[in-house]
Design a protein around this ligand. Structure first.
Ligand SMILES: *[C@@H]1O[C@H](CO)[C@@H](O)[C@H](O)[C@H]1NC(C)=O
Ligand SMILES: *[C@@H]1O[C@H](CO)[C@@H](O)[C@H](O)[C@H]1NC(C)=O
Ligand SMILES: *[C@@H]1O[C@H](CO)[C@@H](O)[C@H](O)[C@H]1NC(C)=O
Ligand SMILES: *[C@@H]1O[C@H](CO)[C@@H](O)[C@H](O)[C@H]1NC(C)=O
Ligand SMILES: *[C@@H]1O[C@H](CO)[C@@H](O)[C@H](O)[C@H]1NC(C)=O
Ligand SMILES: *[C@@H]1O[C@H](CO)[C@@H](O)[C@H](O)[C@H]1NC(C)=O
Ligand SMILES: *[C@@H]1O[C@H](CO)[C@@H](O)[C@H](O)[C@H]1NC(C)=O
Ligand SMILES: *[C@@H]1O[C@H](CO)[C@@H](O)[C@H](O)[C@H]1NC(C)=O
Ligand SMILES: *[C@@H]1O[C@H](CO)[C@@H](O)[C@H](O)[C@H]1NC(C)=O
Ligand SMILES: *[C@@H]1O[C@H](CO)[C@@H](O)[C@H](O)[C@H]1NC(C)=O
Ligand SMILES: *[C@@H]1O[C@H](CO)[C@@H](O)[C@H](O)[C@H]1NC(C)=O
Ligand SMILES: *[C@@H]1O[C@H](CO)[C@@H](O)[C@H](O)[C@H]1NC(C)=O
Length: 662
């Protein structure tokens, strides 16, 4: 009976109430606030607005179209089956074709942008003649915090945002960028934005049917249990249809369907909309937007820990795969799910389309379940609810259901001499942040992509108060010395003590300013400059919990505006040369390549923003106090530590509801 998860959830909640009242061993006040927060998290609101009608109307065709479908396999002009997989020795022809169009568009616009940034004593037109500058933008993981804070950066970078091209603002970086990458919560931003047709953040924010964040993904209708049950029914039916079509399903299917429902501008979240459909968006077809990438990690079967030696996989509208030697191959994204051997379809009339469902892909980048298990111990959840959750989560863990199984493995029988995936029937993917590289940098430091500068937006929760500490950069730095590096280089970065102690997370910091410090093959000016932009409270406490699953309108506004303020340094109020410095960062590698001298203005930017190699002694204490909001005091409302607790309840309820439904 399909209502059981909801009824179970309700009864668990009431027993949680009863229990916490009966066992007041923890601090009374803590309990009271826990209860209030649990209630707030799960009963998001009691009076549904437009929601019910919309869901019911959207649910007219439940299930059917989420199932992948079988098609005949593509053939070449002489009638032979095409190979769907290729070696990762270069970028694909299709990406190359996209870059031709994209570079042409950027070359036309970039001089205008650099002039808008008020660079002085610099002739942009002349400098950029016969030059392609390749800019990448990367958005870290961190749940909805990362999505919303990241959205503020994206809004600031987008010259279509109202007032974003004013003095002191930086709008146009997006229009100048070649690549944009997202991971986990950052993939919800980049993925949902691209799949929705690259709208402005203001449009997404203003459209109550799209970024539908005031309704929890677990329990969208609050105490309207019947409606929430209908919603779960829809998710279950949709996933069933995929199973009936012969595919393994996992928690990631429910998770992805729920995310799609919340984030994608299609009826029911677009059960038939695929990631490769981005190719068909007008702004992609006319090369107006950077090439979008979403990152996941490969996890070897039967292990819980993912190390920095894991394989990093990327999804693009054309291809899915990994540059790492452990796989070193790409398959066409639209044919994911097809059974292949050595890249060739096994049955010429049974290739698969629709497996690369858009929600499933952004869910794959964000399979946080594995981390829930690791964090439950310290979550403050206790008693019956804890036991139930541990049971369920451990089962899931043992079955390896906390991963997104990509089955059949697209790289079966491919690259025999090197690939770990050669004999595997399943490719298991997990959250892109599980190898601690929480910023999706690996695709952007591939020598074949030739990126000059990466704007690395870090919304990680590394410190006690859920602010970043530069840890993800350290992980990417370390990786270049491991077995998966395969020729990738990354500039030196300090440890997290230094990051926090030298305030490198409190203002923009550039790494790799001196290309000649990066030595060896593929070193020097071929390694991108890293412009590191960490989440910091300029106008709002944007350190909400990774597991906070619903946001009210004013919270969304606070998060986005804070991101906008970090990206623009308070629209130039913290540094009126910041916009010009962005221009200097863009041209920096090319200036180095030409052995040219920077303008005085750019030299000042380098002195101000480059990390100079200083490290603090390892016994310097890490700052543990929460930083103050810097530029306004009237717009604060986030409360990271408190929402963390409410989120625990949400997580437990999700696990219970899903497991009961399975
Ligand atoms: C710039 O990119 C275009 C398109 O990819 C290419 O044709 C051209 O040769 C490149 N120019 C330079 C100077 O590399
Ligand atoms: C930027 O340049 C414009 C046009 O030259 C000028 O009006 C404006 O004051 C400059 N802004 C800053 C912050 O220097
Ligand atoms: C844009 O700037 C103008 C003038 O400063 C201001 O009146 C308006 O409210 C701003 N619009 C937005 C959407 O920020
Ligand atoms: C924004 O960028 C596009 C190029 O992608 C350009 O055509 C347009 O004029 C720019 N708009 C503004 C307001 O600068
Ligand atoms: C969502 O789709 C509707 C209908 O196609 C469109 O009118 C609206 O602008 C879209 N919203 C966004 C944020 O793209
Ligand atoms: C999407 O674009 C691809 C190639 O760019 C094309 O083959 C396909 O038919 C298009 N799909 C739709 C639904 O328009
Ligand atoms: C694949 O499995 C076969 C049979 O177990 C074994 O002989 C072979 O060495 C394996 N190859 C690789 C690359 O793991
Ligand atoms: C990357 O790995 C592949 C496969 O092992 C190898 O052929 C290639 O030479 C490596 N590239 C570099 C730059 O090390
Ligand atoms: C870091 O910022 C804090 C607070 O603004 C300040 O007290 C401290 O001196 C700064 N440290 C450095 C090394 O700049
Ligand atoms: C910067 O501009 C944005 C949008 O125009 C606005 O929301 C924000 O409050 C401004 N920040 C400051 C510090 O004035
Ligand atoms: C720049 O200087 C380096 C080292 O001095 C030299 O190898 C290189 O050829 C020079 N490049 C140009 C464009 O002059
Ligand atoms: C880079 O090299 C210069 C000169 O050798 C040195 O002074 C500087 O500290 C180095 N920077 C970093 C970040 O290691």
């Amino acid at each position: 009976m399909r209502l059981s998860p909801v009824l179970l959830l309700a009864s668990l909640l009431s027993s949680a109430y009863a229990e916490s009242k009966a066992v007041p061993e923890a601090d009374e006040a803590d309990f009271a606030s826990d209860l209030a927060l649990a209630e707030a998290a799960l009963a998001v609101r009691t009076v549904p607005k437009y929601f019910d009608e919309r869901r019911l109307e959207k649910r007219t065709n439940p299930g059917g179209t989420y199932a992948p479908t079988y098609v005949s396999c593509p053939k070449d002009s002489s009638g032979d089956l095409k190979t769907l997989v290729r070696e990762a020795s270069s970028i694909s022809n299709k990406e190359n074709a996209y870059l031709d169009g994209r570079h042409a568009a950027i070359n036309e616009y970039l001089p205008t942008y650099l002039n808008q940034l008020n660079m002085t004593d610099f002739d942009a037109e002349t400098f950029l003649e016969d030059t392609n500058i390749t800019i990448g933008i990367a958005f870290s993981g961190g749940g909805y915090r990362a999505m919303l804070s990241g959205a503020g950066f994206l809004a600031a970078f987008d010259n279509r945002t109202t007032n974003s091209t004013n003095d002191g603002h930086v709008g146009g970086l997006l229009q100048s960028a070649t690549y944009i990458a997202g991971l986990s919560g950052g993939s919800w931003l980049v993925g949902s934005w691209a799949i929705n047709g690259f709208p402005t953040i203001a449009d997404l924010q203003g459209d109550e049917d799209v970024w539908d964040l005031s309704h929890s993904i677990i329990n969208p209708d609050g105490w309207e249990l019947w409606d929430t049950a209908e919603y779960w029914d829809y998710l279950l039916d949709a996933a069933d249809a995929k199973r009936d079509a012969g595919f393994n399903i996992s928690l990631t299917d429910y998770w992805g369907l729920g995310l799609a429902n919340q984030l994608l501008n299609y009826t029911d979240g677009g059960p038939a909309v695929t990631f490769s459909d981005i190719r068909n968006q007008t702004l992609f077809k006319n090369f107006s937007m950077p090439y979008p990438l979403v990152v996941s990690d490969g996890r070897p079967y039967n292990t819980l820990i993912v190390s920095t030696n894991s394989s990093v996989y990327e999804f693009s509208p054309y291809e899915f795969g990994s540059w790492d030697p452990s796989a070193y191959a790409f398959i066409q994204t639209e044919y994911l799910g097809s059974t292949v051997d050595a890249g060739v379809p096994v049955n010429s009339s049974a290739c698969v389309k629709g497996f690369d469902n858009a929600g499933f892909v952004i869910g794959t980048s964000a399979t946080l379940f594995n981390q829930f298990i690791l964090q439950l111990n310290s979550s403050g959840v206790s008693g019956l609810v804890y036991d139930a959750a541990v049971d369920i989560l451990s089962d899931i863990g043992e079955d390896n259901d906390d991963v997104a199984p990509y089955q059949p493995n697209p790289f079966y029988g491919y690259n025999e001499d090197i690939s770990y995936m050669y004999n595997e029937t399943i490719l298991n993917l997990v959250d892109g942040g599980e190898d601690y590289q929480n910023i999706p940098l690996v695709p952007l430091i591939q020598p074949s992509r030739g990126v000059d500068v990466i704007f690395a937006v870090d919304n990680s929760a590394d410190t006690d108060y859920d602010w970043p500490s530069g840890w993800s950069l350290t992980a990417t730095y370390d990786r270049q010395f491991g077995t998966q590096a395969n020729g990738t280089k990354f500039p030196a970065v300090p440890d997290k003590n230094t990051f926090v102690g030298l305030n490198l997370t409190a203002q923009p910091t550039w790494f790799g300013c001196n290309a000649s410090n990066i030595t060896g093959t593929n070193g020097g000016t071929t390694v991108p400059l890293i412009v590191y932009l960490a989440n910091h409270p300029l106008s709002y406490y944007s350190n909400t919990s990774t597991f906070k699953l619903s946001y009210e309108t004013d919270e969304v506004e606070g998060m986005i505006t804070n991101g906008y303020n970090v990206a623009t340094q308070g629209n130039g109020t913290l540094d009126d040369t910041w916009a010009a410095c962005i221009g200097c960062a863009i041209i920096h590698r090319e200036v180095e390549r030409r052995n040219a001298t920077h303008t005085e203005q750019c030299q000042a930017c380098l002195s101000k923003y480059c990390w100079d190699g200083t490290v603090l002694s390892s016994n310097a204490t890490e700052e543990t106090e929460e930083p103050d909001v810097e530029i306004t005091s009237d717009n604060t409302g986030g409360a990271g530590m408190l929402s963390w607790k409410s989120a625990q309840w949400g997580v437990v309820a999700l696990a219970i509801a899903v497991a009961a439904a399975l």
